[in-house]
Design a protein around this ligand. Sequence first.
Ligand SMILES: Nc1ncnc2c1ncn2[C@@H]1O[C@H](COP(=O)(O)OP(=O)(O)OP(=O)(O)O)[C@@H](O)[C@H]1O
Length: 306
Amino acid sequence: MGSEPLLSVRDLRIAFAGVEVVRGLSFDVLPGEVLAIVGESGAGKSLTARALLGMLPRAAAMTGTVRPDLSAARGRRIALVPQDALSALSPVHPVGDQLAAAVRSVARVSRSAARARAVAALEGVGIPDAARRARSYPHEFSGGMRQRAVIAMATINSPDVLVADEPTTALDEERRDQVLRVLAERRESVGAALVLVTHELDVVREHADRALVLYAGRLAELGPARRVLERPLAPYTAGLLASLPQHVDGRRLPTFPGTPPAPGALPPGCAFAPRCPLATDICREREPEPRHTDGRLVACHHGEDR
Ligand SMILES: Nc1ncnc2c1ncn2[C@@H]1O[C@H](COP(=O)(O)OP(=O)(O)OP(=O)(O)O)[C@@H](O)[C@H]1O
């Protein structure tokens, strides 16, 4: 892993109709790393990932910076592995043609060379009899095969950064493991960094180098995935872990009640304070800024006390 970031996000804010849903996020994506973005539904994971690609919904107002802006090099330097392969693939073209078109969109190569690369890419994600299956349409593929085909598509031009937004939610457990394995293999073979949006902490544990934990559109904790999971410093991370059937260091972690606040109705101070077992007056008054603590960034007034 090199040290110069591939992407630097600074004070990213995303709002809809004047209501901020991503509220001042700063982080880097390092070459070759797997950075997991985790948090509950509505935390701003997808929007953050989409901001990296320059693919925010039209109604979104964004401020802050994502540098460099790779949106014009989408498909070449940065590529998306979407949640739903069916909507990402055209229903009216054979899968192999779509992969070949992706090759030809960035490189001047003959049709037959592009086609050969398409077949090799399908082989690379474990599609059996790839030369024949390249002529099939997406609806003729199983769900797992389709998801592998979009991984082939996203990696076919060897991008620097892959962004995968909950790439396995539509699949059963067995296929989920398969698809994550294929994604990890392909990512490694093209040497891309991967930004992996997920709400599954076992996926983070198995696949990520670093974890960015979001709560209500803000950074709660960012650091080496194993340390964040083994010894969470933000009470929110600890609570997320506790929602899984497991213990950390043999200790039972405290669970927290309630649900995240609606974006337009944030409490004063720390957005997590109403659910937090450690909350004190300062938490209800002032939003904590991320601070360097124990090799990571933690946004909690009591992060160091844990
Ligand atoms: N097009 C949109 N218009 C209005 N609000 C939106 C839009 N897209 C997202 N939001 C809101 O922005 C917030 C963050 O959304 P985002 O999809 O990034 O969350 P998430 O963490 O990825 O959640 P999930 O795990 O459910 O996908 C949510 O409150 C969501 O309702």
